[in-house]
Design a protein around this ligand. Sequence first.
Ligand code: ADP
Ligand code: ADP
Length: 233
Amino acid sequence: MIRFENVTITYEDATHSTLRDIDLTVPEGELCLLVGPSGVGKSTLLGAVSGLVPHFTGGRLAGRVTVAGRDTRTHKPRELADVVGTVGQDPLSHFVTDIVEDELAYGMESLGLPPDTMRRRVEETLDLLGLAGLRDRPIATLSGGQRQRVAIGSVLTVHPSVLVLDEPTSALDPGAAEDVLAVLQRLVHDLGTTVLMAEHRLERVVQYADRVILLPAPGAPAVVGDPAEVMAG
Ligand code: ADP
Ligand code: ADP
C-alpha cells in the first residue's frame, strides 16, 4: 500500500541526507507508528508519502515511493488527494473554512463529488468522529481534541485508502488523545484504511499499533517490526 524502495532524501544546502536508503512497506489495513528522536526525519518521511517531498519542500528524492500503486514522483499531492489524506501537526493551520461541516465538505468539493454523495459523507463522518452536535460550530470555538477530529474528518470524507498523520495527539490531553486514537483504530479495523502516524510519545500509542517503524538516528537504517519487538530492542 505504501512502499519505499531505496529512498534517500536530501534537502538543498544540507551536507547529509535526512533519510538514507529507506526500504519499507506498510501493508493495507494496518495502523503503523513512525517513531524516532526529534529531527530524525519523521515529518520528511510522511511528506514523501503525501508527495510534498519532492514537489514542495525543496527535498530531493532518490529511489521510489509508491502509494496505492502511484509513484509520487509523477503524481503531485493534488493527484494523490483521492488516495492519501494528510493531517499535519497543527490542525489550525490546516483549516480552510470557518464552520465544522463546511470543513468536512471542502476536500470533496475540490474533487467535484456530487452533492448527494457530499451530504451523505458529511453525515457519516460527523457520526464516526462524534462531531454531530458540533456541525454548525465555528472551528475557532472548539477544543483541541475536537479540532483534531475535524482535521481528520476533513480528509476522511474523501475516503482515502491511506491516512498520514504527524503527531496528531501531541497537543491533546490524555482523554482527547484516546478519542482520536480510538477513531483511527476503528478506521483501520472496520474500513481497512492504512494509517501511518508519527509519534514521539510512544507509550501513549503503542497499544494501538500493528507495526512500528523506528528511525533510530539520522541517516541510519529504519527498523521495522511488530510493536513488542521494536520496543524490546
Ligand atoms: P522529525 O519530524 O523527525 O522531527 P524532520 O523531518 O522534521 O524530522 O526533519 C529532519 C531534518 O531535515 C532536520 O534536520 C530538519 O532541519 C531538516 N528539514 C526538514 N524540512 C526541511 C526543509 N523543508 N528544508 C530543509 N531542511 C529541512
Ligand atoms: P458513497 O461512496 O456514495 O459516498 P457512502 O458514503 O455510503 O457512499 O460510503 C460507501 C462505503 O464507504 C460505506 O460502506 C462506508 O462504510 C464506507 N466508508 C465510510 N467511511 C469511509 C472511509 N473513511 N474510507 C473508506 N470507506 C469508508
